[in-house]
Design a protein. Structure first.
Length: 190
């Protein structure tokens, strides 16, 4: 298996949210709380010593996803072919029937439920429909700053100056996210 991974260059991201908007549009997600690709602003310091960065957060397709074992319905699985974590909407009982353990288990808040009473869990799947067609995920295609990439994890580590950390990332050694970063250094003292 070639584990697919996520690459994010924090030095290039301007916080334009194009990746998030493109994702919602591609997946036909209504305006509201569900965002399969989230962008968080990070600010530190006081004028004139300021620091600002952004962090794009999809599902990191963890090597050992905690959401899989947390799901009582076994609706979440990891594909052997590429390591993408997928949700079987037929097995998911929805937020009113379920304890939402998958959401509680994920340190990155990737599993999400819409506001509807019968909403089923959704999460980023690296646009597996696009990957099947030989295309990149919509967030990669849409990013005007070319700050996002997806590919075999080993290749991403080789291709880019990478790190396992970036400002705002809570790295979990338990689930081991399939993600590498180019962090934007912060010289400010906390």
């Amino acid at each position: 298996m070639s584990q697919l991974g996520f690459y994010f260059d924090q030095t290039r991201c301007t916080g334009c949210y194009t990746c998030s908007v493109a994702c919602k549009d591609w997946h036909d997600i209504d305006a509201g709380p569900v965002n399969l690709m989230r962008v968080t602003g990070i600010e530190r310091g006081k004028f004139p010593d300021l620091y600002a960065a952004y962090l794009a957060t999809p599902c990191y397709q963890c090597l050992d996803p905690l959401c899989i074992n947390a799901c009582p319905e076994k609706a979440i699985t990891k594909r052997d072919s590429d390591g993408i974590v997928v949700v079987d909407q037929e097995k998911c009982t929805g937020k009113t029937e379920c304890s939402r353990k998958c959401l509680k288990a994920c340190p990155y808040d990737a599993p999400q439920f819409g506001p509807e009473a019968d909403a089923k869990m959704v999460k980023c799947d690296f646009c597996q429909d696009r990957l099947t067609e030989g295309k990149v995920p919509i967030c990669v295609e849409a990013c005007p700053m070319m700050a996002i990439d997806v590919g075999p994890l080993d290749e991403l580590k080789t291709r880019y100056e990478t790190d396992l950390e970036a400002e705002g990332v809570k790295r979990s050694k338990v689930c081991r996210p399939a993600a590498v970063f180019k962090p934007k250094p912060c010289a400010l003292k906390e």
